[in-house]
Design a protein around this ligand. Structure first.
Ligand code: MSP
Length: 510
């Protein structure tokens, strides 16, 4: 049977500076979802990339005395290295400076122009350069500045092309109504409807003449295409569109999930769907707007120097500590605080105490009492239900949470099994069983139950902390590591465990 497909994207990031932990946050979550879907049997296409055009990059390059391309190239090399160190399993990395992308964006612009959805007019308005966003007077903040970044906006007046956003207003509302799950979480949908759509959509200025670093309009060379039109189309140009017969496009479009930060939900749920309607294409199934990682209540900012290169955290605490923190700490959708102390405390409490200790002491006991041989003698007692019943329910619990992108809750559910195992050890007291010749078969079963719970947890953790799962599988010496072995009792009888390794070192805070 052909596998079901799942196309997931991150935003394409501005390479205006090296990436920080906030960019890692989005990308790690997308990676965990992509991995989870692959393990569940989907044919996944996971895309990320960089959004390289626009006035902001042009200015940065000019300040540095290099061309925009020369400016961004090393940042992108650096980003790819960071994704590699974080274990980001993307299938495609798109750069908006890629030749194919440039050509396809030009074609898309022309299709919309020929259709009459893009027309020439005069633009008068307020522009925020750092955000690459146009604003109307009424949208500005109380100080007359950009409502997103609160920096100064400036007035621009020029001949420009416009996209008929207004034409699609009613169709867009209708689409929202018919697809109540399109925008997640639901609060963001209401925000879009009430703040942007219902007050009336104005046509969008989609070309600029005031700078050069962008994709030229083929039929009017003074104009470059507005960076958001260029950027949003990345999700289809990578699949070969406008060639609708392209294999990738036929297979993967529409996207199943665009994962984006809350400040760019607007672009993905208003401008992007209207562009797709203009092109006569299907709309993505879901757009999820997540919150921000903040530091001491404020934005992570290069100029404030309030963060380190994410690689420093990986080098100090290990890749899975960083991944686990990003996935576990913040209820998905909300803002959450990032600090090195919080990262350390999360690692110590969950990865060292709950997971690491459990694995270590169970394997050590197996070695001490039975020479590392695993054998289930099926001498069960009612207390075993506390872990066996839960372990058998767990895959479904995780599936439900993952389907609604409650990644942190999925992890909480998995760690609940590990906590139960720790308690089970305290309650069954294997060290006392070991002293009584007649209890040795019971002891074998107790150890089997814990090892089997560890195996099940490690399988479910593969999407989140893959390196750790692999190390656990190696210690368990098991071949049953796939989702179709998620059933209590599949840990092989009569295997011999490998030596216990320390999974996570306790981090000393002093
Ligand atoms: N280039 C656009 C996206 C175009 S997508 C067609 C852009 N780039 S960005 O680099 O500014 O931001 C990319 C993503 O990173 C956004 O989703 C943003 O929310 C996310 N993050 C940037 N800083 C972040 C945090 N501090 N915390 C969480 N996510 C953050 O917007």
């Amino acid at each position: 049977m052909e596998k079901k497909k799942f196309y997931i994207t991150t935003p394409i990031y501005y390479p205006s500076a090296d990436f920080h932990i906030g960019h890692c946050y989005t990308t790690i979550i997308a990676d965990a979802i992509a991995r989870y879907k692959r393990l569940s049997g989907y044919d996944v296409f996971f895309q990320t990339g960089t959004d390289e055009h626009g006035q902001k990059i042009e200015k940065k390059a000019l300040e540095t005395g290099v061309t925009p391309k020369e400016y961004v190239d090393p940042i992108i090399e650096n980003a790819k290295d960071l994704w590699k160190k974080l274990g980001i399993s993307y299938d495609y990395f798109i750069r908006t400076t890629d030749e194919d992308h440039v050509k396809r964006v030009q074609e898309i612009f022309k299709i919309m122009y020929d259709k009459g959805d893009i027309y020439k007019g005069e633009y008068k308005g307020l522009y925020c350069t750092p955000c690459e966003s146009f604003w109307t007077e009424s949208q500005l903040d109380e100080n007359g500045a950009c409502p997103d970044c609160h920096r100064e906006v400036h007035e621009v007046k020029e001949e420009a092309y416009f996209f008929r956003l207004s034409k699609y207003q009613d169709k867009l509302i209708e689409y929202y109504d018919k697809h109540p799950d399109f925008i997640q979480p639901i609060s963001r949908k209401n925000e879009m409807l009430n703040n942007f759509i219902k007050p009336g959509l104005e046509d969008l200025c989609v070309s600029r003449t005031s700078f050069k670093w962008g994709i030229p309009v083929t039929f009017d060379k003074d104009h470059v295409i507005y960076v958001w039109i260029d950027a949003l189309t990345n999700y289809i140009t990578s699949l070969g569109y406008p060639d609708e017969n392209s294999e990738l496009f036929k297979k993967y479009w529409p996207a199943d999930l665009h994962l984006v930060g809350k400040e760019i939900v607007r672009f993905h749920t208003i401008i992007w769907p209207c562009m797709l309607m203009s092109l006569g294409l299907e709309l993505p199934h879901q757009v999820f707007g997540h919150g921000w990682l903040i530091i001491n209540g404020g934005k992570i900012s290069k100029s404030l120097g309030n963060y380190k290169d994410p690689r420093e955290y990986i080098d100090s605490y290990g890749v899975d500590a960083v991944r686990y923190f990003a996935l576990r700490e913040v209820p998905f959708g909300n803002d959450g605080n990032f600090s090195e102390e919080a990262l350390i405390s999360r690692t110590n409490s969950d990865l060292v105490n709950t997971l690491g200790n459990l694995v270590n002491r169970t394997i050590a006991m197996s070695k001490k009492y039975f020479d590392s041989k695993v054998e289930n003698k099926h001498v069960n007692e009612s207390i075993d239900d506390s872990i066996i019943t839960y372990a058998n329910m767990l895959p479904n619990l995780v599936e439900t949470k993952m389907n609604s992108f409650k990644v942190n809750e999925a992890l909480e559910d998995i760690f609940e099994l590990l906590k139960r195992c720790n308690k089970y050890i305290d309650d069954t007291t294997p060290w006392l069983l070991a002293k009584d010749e007649t209890k040795l078969d019971r002891l074998k079963t107790v150890l089997y139950n814990i090892l089997e719970s560890i195996r099940i947890s490690a399988i479910l953790l593969r999407a989140f902390i893959p390196t750790t799962s692999d190390r656990i599988f190696k210690m368990l010496n098991t071949k049953n590591i796939e989702f179709d072995t998620l059933e209590f009792g599949k840990l092989e009888n009569n295997i011999t465990l490998n030596e216990a390794e320390i999974l996570f070192e306790r981090i000393d805070t002093k």
